[in-house]
Design a protein around this ligand. Structure first.
Ligand code: C5P
Length: 242
């Protein structure tokens, strides 16, 4: 059972040894952190890694951002559902038919009562307003684009979207009650944004109404990852870990 709100740790590591040594930092934490497995780790270590992290008791978001023709996405989602993860995703840019096919594939592959949450990436948090217009040739502004993609996702039966915390409130205002906002692009106040363009602090993401924040480098590259994770939990959930 997932918490209604949580911090998801993006485990962007190249191999099993690095991810397990990172997760060892959280052995003292009573609730196992929610972990995101992205392309780097999945492409290097594959499904055994997903099973091992599940086996260790971590909720898992498998962030593979599927974007292909509906038939291919349906079949791929059926395979991913069998991994018993908690959350998977597609690109909303793949369209409504593709998103519906993703949901069908998940339902076909999931064990009873254990269907992963299915969410859609609206626009990457590394995409700026200028890139949206000049490179992707999308005319409407960022919030209008995100709202339109989120509405398509909701109408296709998805559970939520990936967006920046800057857009959480407009997504909630324009989508059904309970529709989730999962938001990367999180940085502590005053920290380097790196390649992220649309960012907020964990506490501002909470105020904006994000349901889940996804945090990678601010924790994975911190001198003290446990302290950085505790700070995220404190700012986003108003809780302490101990
Ligand atoms: O290190 P950082 O906190 O920037 O990591 C953000 C994570 O969220 C990365 O794993 C990235 O792939 C993912 N992500 C994102 N923007 C999206 C969707 C996913 O940054 N729109």
């Amino acid at each position: 059972m997932l918490n209604k709100k949580d911090v998801i740790l993006a485990c962007d590591f190249p191999d099993a040894a690095s991810v397990f040594s990172f997760l060892d930092n959280f052995k003292s934490v009573r609730r196992k952190p929610f972990v995101k497995i992205g392309m780097e780790l999945f492409y290097s270590e594959g499904t055994p890694m997903v099973r091992e992290i599940r086996h260790r008791g971590h909720p898992v978001f498998l962030d593979l951002k599927l974007h292909d023709i509906p038939n291919t996405v349906r079949s791929a989602m059926k395979v991913l559902a069998a991994l018993d993860v908690d959350m998977v995703n597609v690109h909303a840019a793949g369209g409504s038919e593709m998103m519906r096919a993703a949901r069908e594939g998940l339902l076909a592959g999931a064990s009873e009562g254990r269907c992963p949450k299915l969410i859609a990436v609206t626009q990457l948090t590394s995409t700026s307003e200028q890139m949206l217009h000049d490179e992707l040739l999308i005319g409407p502004d960022m919030p209008s684009t995100i709202i339109s993609y989120a509405r398509n996702a909701a109408a296709s039966g998805l559970d939520g979207v990936v967006c920046s915390p800057l857009e959480s409130s407009v997504v909630h205002a324009n989508c059904p009650e309970g529709f989730l906002t999962v938001t990367p692009g999180v940085r502590f106040a005053g920290a380097d944004h790196q390649d992220q363009k649309r960012v907020m602090t964990p506490s501002d993401a909470r105020k904006a109404g994000s349901d889940f924040i996804v945090v990678g480098r601010p924790v994975t590259r911190a001198a003290d990852p446990l302290a950085a994770y505790e700070r995220c939990i404190a700012e986003f959930l108003n809780e302490t870990l101990i």
